[in-house]
Design a binder for this molecule. Sequence first.
Ligand code: FES
Ligand SMILES: [Fe+2]
Length: 398
Amino acid sequence: MANQDILTAKLAEAKAKKLAPGGDWSFWPDYDAAESGLHDYWYPVMWSRSVKKKTPKPFKLCDKEMFLMRDETGKIRALHDRCPHRGVKISLGKQWFPGTVSCPYHGWTFDLKTGDVNAVITDGPDSKVCGHAGVQVYPVEEHLGLVWVFMGVGEPHPIEDQLPKELVNAPEYAAGGRIEDRTGNWRFYAENGFDEGHAKYLHRTSIWRIMKVMPTWNKIHIEKEGRWLYRVEDEKFWEADFPGLGKWSNDRWWKMKPKKKEGKTLGNVGGGKNHPYIENQNFPGFASISLPGVLRIAYPTFIHYEFYVPIDKDHTKYVGVMIQFKSGLAKWWYYLKYLFVIRPMFHGHFSSQDHWMVDNTDAPPERLYRPDVSLIKWRKLFSGPGPFAKKTTTDETA
Ligand code: FES
Ligand SMILES: [Fe+2]
């Protein structure tokens, strides 16, 4: 039975038995199999400005060791970081000739564009290895000040197709961001990012939220638009009266409530004026997620993105980017605000609460609850071909 059919059958079985799905991850075999990441996607791995011509910059993506380096024209290249001779990391070596890098052990020298060995320092100019050995190269693009590497084989889809559409041909903007290698599986980070229930409870103590009240609970549904899933709020409850226990609320006398209650892109921080470019996107909900693990939170005047980049099954590269569509002096004012307020409070303290919870998540087994519809819909995205799957043609007459 195809994985899609297994999922449908399991969900039907769970419904018939009035069970919440998710006791184990056999419900989601494709999701379960994606432990070390999904192939055939672009991933942001490093800031562009950190990649130079002479020094290899190593990193790991989907369990594969790689390194980045600029060639003699300044274009960034990505190569597999394993010398075919004896398996030493090429990135430990150095550059002797422009557009190449030499392994530190015996001086096998690799062309950065093709990955082919084009000189072997310890075997002389007539070495038979030249042109007969090499390493895999990966497609690279630069966008948003980040280096993006295509983890896959064959011709990649254009990166513009994968970037959030509002960032392609966008008006001038300022971006502040943080990249951090964290412990924990990338799927837990993605689940945590799109998890409906946690923010209003876990993050109630964050400094970022100290002046803003968040609802106690709410009712939502998930809408799919294109490649993206949106959490759409149906009802919001600022407090709750638990029978026999008493009232519970995040509300405190010093906290502000959103002034606009139902604005779809306002999140829980509304009150200011919406930026027209953000408002015009008409996002069905302020929180959205897409494959291969990109979270988008649209606020009235900025958009926050989190890219959960799989390093290996136990580590994730957290790439958080906060964007404001500003120009001129306002742009520089935003950079200052990012550096001294947003970075430590949001990409620092707030986000470290998520890291803390991912480190402490021990699932499966699990027993999901109503707000986890966000998790279930996300996991379902993994069934069937991905949004950029190459069409395979079969010649039935052959
Ligand atoms: S291991 Fe790389 S040159 Fe020998
Ligand atoms: Fe969170």
